[in-house]
Ligand binder design. Sequence first.
Ligand code: FE
Length: 294
Amino acid sequence: MNTETLNRPLAPVVARPRDVEQVIAGLATSDGAGVKLTRVLTQPLQRRLDPFLMLDAFGTDNPDDYIGGFPDHPHRGFETVTYMIDGRMRHRDSAGHEGVLQNGGVQWMTAGRGIVHSELPEQQEGRMEGFQLWLNLPAKDKMRAPWYRDIQSAEIPEFTTDDGAKVRVIAGTSHGVAGAMTRETTDPLYLDVALPSGTSFAQALPAKQNAFVYVYRGALRIGGVNVPAQRMAILRNEPDRDGAVVTATADARFLLIAGTPLDEPIAQYGPFVMNTRDEIMQAVADYQAGRFTG
Ligand code: FE
């Protein structure tokens, strides 16, 4: 057996791909110290896309849109996954962690029982582009110790399909290639795919998982529905569907994200996401009393 064979990605057979349920434009907003962004996954979609709580997309050549960054702010009860396509951002937190996130790298941070951190640009000019996804934690893990990992671009497994799709596997498994991160309970899949115009990409998905695609370059067609750039397509859940098949109608780059729903109550107050209102009030009290020290 030669290793070349072993290393070849295993293309999945997706016989009955999911349809598009809804195409969503997102909401232009700003956060932190005036950072302009598009909130693609907004609070009203948290139930539908459980275990994902938020997806923000940012992309600009204008320093005024990002220079303020995100000064010190708290989080409790979930994980943040920041994927930097272009640019440099320094992270510092109350648990003593510090790192620079840049060009193709990912920061995976478990806020757990509480963290205070800052995310500040390390550039005065040039392009800043990327995404921040919030992944919920199951109730049993919400108060675990904070944790984080800076994943450099070179550490993210990549493969190219026979059709020329270039796939980066940030979390989960695609075509037999294990990603940089795995998570129990929610079993998230997080792919960044570059797909040449006219070609298709298939991904097996468990029927129980919620899944969506966010197109950030070019355009896709999914089951007869056009999904242009800067749009999210929510993929319909049906018990007999075994995955997703997408076709690029122009050279495209997109995120494919899926996860197993927690089916637990969601109580959110800004950067705190717990299960009950009482737990939220406790989070606010703990933060105000300076108990978010890592
Ligand atoms: Fe943050």
